[in-house]
Write a protein that binds this ligand. Structure first.
Ligand code: NAD
Ligand code: DAU
Length: 335
């Protein structure tokens, strides 16, 4: 299979590249990524010389560059991870979210049709469903009710995929996952920010009352769900992916401090995120029943393993926090 993945230098995309090269010997991967602030080729140094892998620096909204790529390679499938993904940034600068997450998806969808690529997988998010009260779960039939510019852009892309399936017979599948954690996550997101701040004895900024709830899943389990959707998902269907693992933010941050043996005095309550969704919780029974997917990590060991990864990869996160990682592409590719 010749697989195009977009956004493969980011957190989930790079974990997907590692997993597929390790476990799917029949897959050749092309990773197209424009290397925004969160695209980091240092996530991929161990596989960059693998003959089944190649990297192309390009923007998914650049129709000409994308068309060149589709025309040159005979892709069997596209998995679209590329996105602006941080909710806080979408609140201060929505425009780039609409461009990358909506227009980027449209460019890829048009080329998927034009070059008769067999399957398109859109990596979406549980945030498209909006916020839950204290009870209940998101199912695939839950109406889309996004609240942030980020989630609106992701919901728009989902609707575009559905429209292309309906109108043009595109073979498209959507996955909607809950919050991921694991190696290579950019330290602006909750778990890596808290781990790295604690290691530096810096304050841990908890938004509002810290009682917002998120449902955490190990990134490798998300990647396995994406593979299941690519291989076995039914055209036009969306699949929720989650860990049945709800945590209040405050409890989770305290748990990280306990693992790191750092004091709770580092906790700092800060002004809440505007429009902050209160609770997300996924019912993942459809992907389990229809595609046989189940999480393999239990949270206690997955979280410990993640903390250990950040302890063992201090150079990686220090280079991210200092901005030094952005010179890697220049050294490797700009010669
Ligand atoms: P990330 O921000 O870590 O990585 C995004 C990647 O996309 C980066 O490598 C970046 O350089 C690239 N990119 C951004 N704009 C681009 C463009 N215009 N052209 C080409 N490449 C571009 O994101 P992530 O956390 O790995 O998320 C990946 C996908 O999964 C996103 O679509 C996100 O919405 C979705 N998702 C994330 C989570 C999560 O918890 N992180 C959960 C569910 C779904
Ligand atoms: O649910 C899936 C989504 O999870 C993905 O679609 C997004 O791409 C991903 O970024 C993530 O969104 P969240 O907004 O849930 O993740 P974040 O790590 O930014 O925040 C998790 C929770 O922690 C949220 O309730 C806000 C809170 N928070 C976050 C940060 C960065 C804090 O309290 N303090 C912080 O400094």
């Amino acid at each position: 299979m010749n697989l195009l993945i977009t956004g493969g230098a980011g957190f989930i995309g790079s974990n997907f590249v590692h997993l597929i090269l390790k476990e799917q010997s029949g897959v050749n991967l092309v990773n197209v990524d424009s290397l925004t602030y969160c695209g980091n080729l240092e996530n991929l140094t161990s596989i960059e010389d693998n003959p089944r892998y190649s990297f192309v620096k390009a923007d998914i909204t650049d129709n000409e560059a994308m068309e060149k790529l589709f025309a040159e390679r005979n892709f069997d499938a596209v998995v679209n991870f590329a996105a602006e993904s941080h909710v806080d940034r979408s609140i201060t600068d929505p425009a780039i979210f609409l461009k990358t997450n909506i227009i980027g998806a449209q460019v890829l969808l048009d080329l998927t049709l034009k070059y008769k690529v067999k399957r398109f997988v859109q990596i979406s998010t549980d945030e498209v469903y909006g916020s839950l009260p204290e009870t209940g779960f998101f199912v695939e039939e839950t109406p889309l009710a996004p609240n942030s510019p980020y989630s609106v852009s992701k919901a728009s892309a989902d609707m575009l995929v559905s429209a292309y399936v309906h109108t043009y017979d595109l073979d498209g599948v959507i996955t909607r996952c809950s919050n991921n954690y694991g190696p290579y996550q950019f330290p602006e997101k909750l778990i890596p920010l808290m781990i790295t701040n604690a290691l530096e004895d810096k304050p841990l900024p908890v938004y509002g009352d810290g009682m917002n709830v998120r449902d955490w899943l190990h990134v490798e389990d998300h990647c396995r769900a994406v593979w299941a959707a690519l291989e076995k998902g039914e055209t036009g269907e969306a699949y929720n992916v989650g860990g049945s693992n709800e945590w209040h933010n405050l409890a989770l941050v305290k748990e990280l401090l306990k693992i790191l043996e750092k004091p709770e005095s580092l906790l700092t309550f800060v002004k809440d995120r505007p429009g902050h969704d209160r609770r997300y919780a996924i019912d993942a029974s459809k992907i389990t029943n229809k595609l046989g997917w189940e999480p393999t990590y239990d949270f206690a060991s997955g979280l410990r393993q993640t903390v250990e990864w950040y302890l063992e990869n201090e150079t990686w996160w220090r280079r991210v926090k200092s901005g030094a990682y952005q010179s890697y592409y220049k050294q490797q590719y700009d010669l």
